[in-house]
Every structure is written in structure tokens, then in C-alpha cells.
Design a protein around this ligand. Structure first.
Ligand SMILES: [Zn+2]
Length: 339
């Protein structure tokens, strides 16, 4: 298993203007309150990675309760809206409109150069190395059309892609080698046997991550690759800030696995993790900012020592150490289906 350090892959959150993020958060909180007063039809799930049912309470975020799995450490909301409710949220809600219309355009060029292009290169390089005969790709990521356009434009070999994400039809139409077809999780295997599944930020927001991963398994051909990025609970920022973490916001982050939980799930003999990296760049910076915002808070002495009392070079070294030990809060994986 390969681990890459000192790389610049960043999450959607990291490149958005702070003022817009703050505004979006307020809209999310209001929408959750108004939209989800009645929760009688919400679904219940077990730990998203290890399936144990032995959680301990963690905290509430915007009136949604999170628990920590006592077996693998994953953070998750055990009670949450089902897939139909989440489809409605991502297609019709005020926060989703705000994200598509204001947030994506506010970061368009930075998003393309800092996030989308490096990801396209990552995916194409891995396909060339691990599954060079791959032709058929199914994408289930949110807001991924710019990535898919790059994959077909910059790949010397012809990929055929189905854009199956929940809002793929809002982001572009069917053309040439990209077929737009938003698809419910249970129907993914009906799209055909895929050589590659791209699931950028999909795991965190899945209504039922077990059903999602089961569908990915059924959809992939033997030897097929799945690309995953996810915010992870085991990272330094979330472990340090916990209920104050700005990374945790429902429903985008209903499932926050740990790196250990992901390794357990994608274990041999059915899977092989080809790459597991935690390229998060901003863990230390986010903790530094949180301490500065609340200097009188009772932060653990070790956190103050590592973050507040270190100089800029020391904080950079800490980021590299965290990346090398899979300890930042943003992970990316390349996984091969073996059987
Ligand atoms: Zn667990």
C-alpha cells in the first residue's frame, strides 16, 4: 500500500471564501430546522465502517446527534434522513442552491487548478498504473462535472463515463463520452459492470454507507478500481476540535470514518488498498485558528504546545508528520476489487 506525503490535494471546504462558508452554514442550520421537524421516518444505521452497534454519545451538530463507535472510532449520525430525503435536499433545498449558484462559482478558477486538475491527474495516473485497460467509469461524486470533462479531454485512451451523481443533470448534459444519469444507490449495478468507480466525497454523505459500498462492490468488475476521498474522524483537526470542528456539518458529513475503520472495511481477500494517503493540508492551520479565536478555552496542553507555541516551520513539519502517519482529517484511497 502506497502512502503519498507532501501533496496538495485539498477538500472543497479549503478553497471556499470564509464569508460564503459562514453564510452557507447559517442557511444549512435554518433548513435543517424547518425541513426536518418530523423525523419519524428517519433511518437508523450501525457504524459506517465496522458495523458494530456499540456507540458512545459524541455531540450534536445543528440538532443532529453524532456518536463515536467504540470499536473503530468512526463518528456518525446513527439516525438520519433516508436516501429519498437526501436527494430532495441535494436537488431542491436552499443550501444546495446556494452551494451550486454561489459557492462553486465563487471558487471556480481556484477549484479547477488547485483541486480538480490534480485529482484528474491522480485518477488518470492510477488508471494507467493499476488498470490500464479500463474503459467504463461510473462517477457518483457530487459536483464532479469539471473533473469528468478533464478525464475525457486529457486521457489519451477513450473512457466512457456515466455521471450518476445525484445532481449530475444540473451540472452538464449528456455529450460525447459522458452520459448523465443520476442514479439511486440500489440501481448503480444496473448501469453495467464498471472498470472504475469514482466516489469523491460520496461516503461522508451517503444515507446508508453499507448500502453504498455494497452497490459499489456489485458495480465494479473484478480488478476494478474505486477512488474515494473522505473527511476522516481520526485526523488531527477533528480529534483536537471535536464538537468545535468546522469540518463536521450535516448532512454532507453524516459518516466520518477513521482510517482504521476504512482499512478494516477494505481488507483482503475481497479488496486491496493500493494507496491510502491523508493529504489534508490545513489541519494544523484550522486548530491554530480555533485556539486564536478562543484563547481562554481549556485546550489540552499538548495541543497548545504543538500548534500555538510552534513557529511556522514547526507547524509545516507537523503537517508532514501527520500526513506520513495518516493523521490528517482528509483521506484519499485507491482500492482494487480483487474478486
Ligand atoms: Zn466502527
Amino acid at each position: 500500500m502506497k502512502t503519498i506525503v507532501s501533496i496538495q490535494d485539498i477538500s472543497e471546504f479549503d478553497i471556499k471564501p470564509q464569508a460564503e462558508i459562514n453564510q452557507w452554514r447559517q442557511i444549512v442550520e435554518k433548513e435543517i430546522t424547518q425541513r426536518w421537524k418530523n423525523r419519524s421516518d428517519w433511518i437508523q444505521i450501525l457504524c459506517p465502517t465496522c458495523s458494530q452497534n456499540n456507540p458512545v454519545p459524541a455531540f450534536d451538530c445543528y440538532s443532529i446527534s453524532y456518536v463515536e463507535c467504540s470499536a473503530c472510532g468512526s463518528l456518525y449520525a446513527p439516525s438520519r434522513p433516508g436516501e429519498a430525503e437526501l436527494w430532495s435536499w441535494y436537488r431542491d433545498s436552499k443550501p444546495s442552491h446556494f452551494w451550486r449558484e454561489k459557492m462553486l462559482s465563487a471558487s471556480d478558477s481556484a477549484r479547477l487548478e488547485k483541486m480538480i486538475r490534480p485529482r484528474a491527474n491522480w485518477i488518470l495516473d492510477c488508471i494507467a498504473e493499476y488498470n490500464p485497460s479500463a474503459r467504463f467509469v461510473i462517477d457518483i461524486s457530487p459536483h464532479s462535472r469539471a473533473l469528468l470533462d478533464l478525464l475525457v479531454d486529457e486521457n489519451p485512451k477513450p473512457l466512457e463515463i456515466i455521471a450518476a451523481g445525484v445532481t449530475a443533470d444540473f451540472e452538464g448534459c449528456t455529450m460525447d463520452r459522458i452520459k448523465v444519469q443520476p442514479t439511486l444507490t440500489a440501481d448503480l449495478p444496473l448501469l453495467g459492470s464498471a472498470d472504475v468507480v469514482i466516489a469523491i466525497d460520496s461516503f461522508n454523505r451517503a444515507a446508508d454507507p453499507h448500502i453504498l459500498l455494497g452497490a459499489v462492490d456489485k458495480t465494479l468488475a473484478p480488478g476494478g478500481l474505486v477512488f474515494i476521498t473522505a473527511t476522516v474522524a481520526s485526523g488531527f483537526e477533528i480529534q483536537s476540535l471535536w464538537e468545535k470542528s468546522p469540518s463536521i456539518i450535516p448532512p454532507d458529513k453524516l459518516n466520518l470514518p477513521t482510517v482504521e475503520g476504512l482499512k478494516q472495511y477494505f481488507a483482503e481477500p475481497n479488496w486491496e488498498i493500493l494507496e491510502l494517503s491523508t493529504p489534508g493540508m490545513l489541519d494544523v492551520e484550522m486548530v491554530y485558528r480555533a485556539i486564536q479565536a478562543e484563547p481562554d478555552e481549556h485546550w489540552p496542553r499538548v495541543i497548545r504546545g504543538l500548534v500555538q507555541h510552534a513557529d511556522a516551520d514547526g507547524r509545516t513539519s507537523l503537517v508532514e508528520l501527520l500526513q506520513s502517519q495518516h493523521l490528517t482529517s482528509f483521506a484519499r484511497l485507491v482500492i482494487k476489487k480483487k474478486n
